[in-house]
Design a protein around this ligand. Structure first.
Ligand code: HEC
Length: 375
């Protein structure tokens, strides 16, 4: 027991372990989604589960400071990471190196935690009152102001991109909840081919042939049925317009590859695309929320309000990403996606505008750097 240690040193230890935990939680998902994930399903799930366990242990330990069992749990987990059989046998060398680095980092963190367990860090630390923008130096305010403006601009670009990629999907101009539903759920009311045959192209085909084509669509649009019975119909009725040498610049339906885009039901984004989009989103939005939230902590406002506005983007990010998957299952969740987006946008908006306003208009008492320099 050594409670007389210099507090500065203890805080440093706590901060370093915090940093390492942060690095780990960033690295773990990156490495579990790496190329090795495709090697083997079993290994893939091991990575996912290890990653989730590590993050859970780290989170519990950070929130519940007095419980030190997480340190031991983390320690055992990382020893297991190093000793896991595929570390040593894995064909991919860089995977093993990553494994070992991660494990070593985990042990370093555990050691910091376990040290704390023996009372190296005093538990009753003095309450530190936060600074406001008025107490920040002018160089700090310059940096914070610029980052707010740049990230705000980035957010506008993101909105523009959202509009350009989603607007009009439902056939109606502008961006609607229906467009969001179509992105994730798809347009499952039927195939474009069937719609065309029942609509614009109705007079190009006999009712018997139409039944055949529709039966093919309903049975899953397979290639052998196309070759046997659909290809002849296309050649007879459609090829004079829908083929390469028709000279009409229409889609070519005389090949299976050519017709398949209009012959399959649109199920929206694939799970693979969603997972890819999710990890980009979570990293991006997580980091932006951190930077904006950090600057916003300097605002002179009631603590409870600041807390709500700081938590909101993280909360909205989770519900947003989670409801993409739910929307794929049932389009009604498109509303939740939209509401999450609104919460995220408004929280970021408040953070940016309040911070910029207070930085510029409420300088209050200035830091020492604004005192006249004696000459
Ligand atoms: C006389 C020329 C002609 C013939 C014959 C013809 N089409 Fe078309 N088809 C068109 C034109 C032109 C369009 C584009 C219509 C538009 O965009 O408004 C079109 C559009 C389509 C579309 C919609 C494409 C999309 O991207 O949504 C489908 C599907 C289609 N045709 C299928 C067929 C089938 C199947 C046949 C044969 C039974 C056929 N067409 C026969 C001229 C023809």
């Amino acid at each position: 027991m050594n409670d007389n240690k210099a507090p500065g040193q203890n805080r440093l230890a706590a901060r370093i372990s915090g940093l390492v935990i942060g690095a780990l939680t960033v690295f773990a998902p990156w490495y579990i989604s790496g190329p090795q994930a495709t090697l083997n399903r079993g290994i893939f799930w091991t990575y996912i589960i290890t990653g989730i366990l590590m993050m859970t242990v780290a989170t519990i330990a950070l929130i519940w400071r007095r419980a030190f069992w997480p340190a031991w749990a983390f320690f055992l987990l990382t020893v297991w990471i190093i000793l896991a059989p595929d570390t040593l046998s894995s064909a991919a060398k860089d995977v093993s190196v990553m494994h070992i680095l991660l494990g070593v980092a985990g042990i370093v963190v555990s050691i910091f935690w376990i040290r704390r367990m023996f009372g190296r860090i005093p538990r009753d630390r003095p309450v530190v009152k936060g600074r406001t923008f008025a107490e920040c130096s002018s160089s700090e305010r310059t940096l914070y102001g610029l980052v707010m403006v740049v990230l705000g601009l980035g957010y506008c670009m993101a909105l523009g991109y959202l509009y350009l990629t989603h607007a009009g999907l439902s056939g109606k101009p502008g961006l609607s909840v229906q467009d969001i539903a179509i992105t994730y759920y798809g347009n499952r009311s039927g195939t474009r081919l069937e719609m065309a045959l029942r609509g614009q192209m109705r007079d190009k085909i006999s009712p018997d042939e139409m039944d055949q084509v529709v039966a093919w669509l309903k049975s899953g649009s397979t290639e052998d049925v196309y070759d046997d019975s659909i290809y002849p119909i296309v050649m007879k009725d459609c090829a004079k317009c829908h083929s390469k040498n028709s000279g009409k610049n229409l889609a070519d339906y005389t090949t299976y590859e050519g017709i398949i885009p209009v012959a399959t039901v649109d199920h929206g984004l694939s799970i693979e695309a969603l997972v890819k989009l999710s990890h980009i989103h979570i990293f991006g939005i997580g980091l932006v929320s951190f930077v904006l939230g950090f600057v916003f902590t300097f605002a002179a406002l009631p603590e409870w309000f600041k807390n709500v506005v700081i938590v909101a983007p993280f909360f909205a990010m989770v519900t947003d990403v989670a409801t993409w998957y739910l929307t794929k299952w049932d389009p009604v969740f498109a509303y939740t996606v939209v509401v999450s987006g609104l919460i995220l946008g408004s929280a970021w908006g408040v953070q940016i505008f309040v911070s910029l306003y207070q930085m510029i208009f409420l300088p209050g008492k200035r830091g020492p750097d604004t005192k006249p320099v004696p000459d």
